[in-house]
Design a protein around this ligand. Structure first.
Ligand code: FAD
Length: 288
């Protein structure tokens, strides 16, 4: 199918984009890379009368190291995340995760901001942003505000963004040098969304785990931050009993749907398997 008719707008500034979205109301939607929105329009699951394309706005793209944070512009593409030397040096889990999104064609057009703002629990970046403790910078008719990724996701395709608000950038605290990390994703084939996936970031001092964070993808209506599971790991040597307990705690917060990726019980178990694998790989990479 092809999408229904719509009016296309390409503002040159954030203020103009916010003004347009406010004036046009609920019939207008933001267009970034179009690789989530256009498929929805083709199947009539979305039928906006106006598309406000952000691609003409300068300053929404790029990766900047600022103090102990990395700031990524919303219109930075998933390919650019993979190609960035700065990200590879400071937060390599971002490229590792991006490589598991869809296929190269989609990653060349799909944006980081679109991936996190979309609210699809199948998107890979949101759980990673929760794991990393990222903050979303947003501008709308009432000015600018910041929303922690951990508070952003309210339900499937339902986020804290108000109509007229644009996600402009994501601020990520740079993980400690030598941190261990891994993103493990089970999918049916290349290009598929996750049956279940887990992001893990840890720090180790010798054999002791000194900090841990875990995010889960596509095993609930929203991405999940498994804070209780991560807390069990801190202060331990990541021995088998502790990892078993953390895996069980992560599984306990999942609530996946039964769908073509498998029954709910299977997807919950796969979330646990992804956490266990990500922990093992993160530990093997940690230096400290
Ligand atoms: P768009 O499609 O343009 O927008 C998506 C939604 O977000 C729209 O509602 C839009 O209004 C809103 N939005 C976009 N940018 C902003 C902003 N700056 N501020 C506020 N709202 C905004 N993704 C994965 O994570 N993992 C996968 O495995 C995966 N597989 C895919 C397979 C296929 C075949 C396809 C077509 C897509 C797949 N995707 C996957 C989705 C892809 O990563 C999208 O590019 C991404 O989800 C959305 O980014 P976009 O720039 O294309 O956003």
């Amino acid at each position: 199918m092809i999408p229904g008719t719509f009016d296309y707008h390409r503002p040159a500034t954030i203020d103009d984009a916010v003004g347009l979205l406010t004036k046009l109301g609920e019939d207008a939607n933001i267009l970034a890379g179009g690789h989530s929105l256009i498929p929805l329009m083709k199947t009539r699951l979305a039928s906006p009368e106006h598309l406000v394309d952000l691609s003409g706005i300068g300053g929404l793209k790029g990766i900047e190291i600022k103090g102990d944070e990395i700031i990524i512009g919303a219109m930075t593409t998933q390919f650019e995340l993979i190609a960035s030397d700065e990200l590879a040096r400071h937060i390599p889990i971002i490229a590792e995760t991006s490589r598991l999104i869809a296929d190269p064609q989609i990653r060349y057009k799909g944006t980081f901001g679109g991936n996190v703002a979309n609210g699809d629990p199948g998107n890979d970046m949101p759980a990673l942003m929760m794991c990393l403790g990222a903050t979303y910078a947003v501008t709308g008719p009432d000015g600018s505000r910041e929303i922690p990724a951990r508070d952003f996701y309210q339900g499937a395709y339902y986020t804290s963004l108000e109509h007229g608000e644009i996600l402009t950038a994501v601020r990520i605290p740079t993980p400690a040098p030598g941190h261990g990390y891994a993103y493990e994703k089970l999918k049916r084939k290349v290009g598929d969304y996750a049956t279940a996936a887990a992001a893990v970031v840890i720090t180790m001092a010798g054999s002791k785990c000194t900090s841990a964070s875990i995010g889960l993808t596509n095993v609930s209506e929203t991405p999940l931050w498994a804070s209780d599971a991560a807390a069990l790991l801190v202060g331990t040597s990541l021995d088998k009993a502790t990892v078993d307990a953390a895996v069980a705690a992560a599984e306990a917060i999942t609530n996946p749907a039964s769908d073509m990726r498998g029954p709910a019980e299977y997807r919950t178990k796969m979330a646990g398997v992804m956490v266990r694998r990500a922990l093992e790989r993160a530990q093997s990479r940690a230096k400290g």
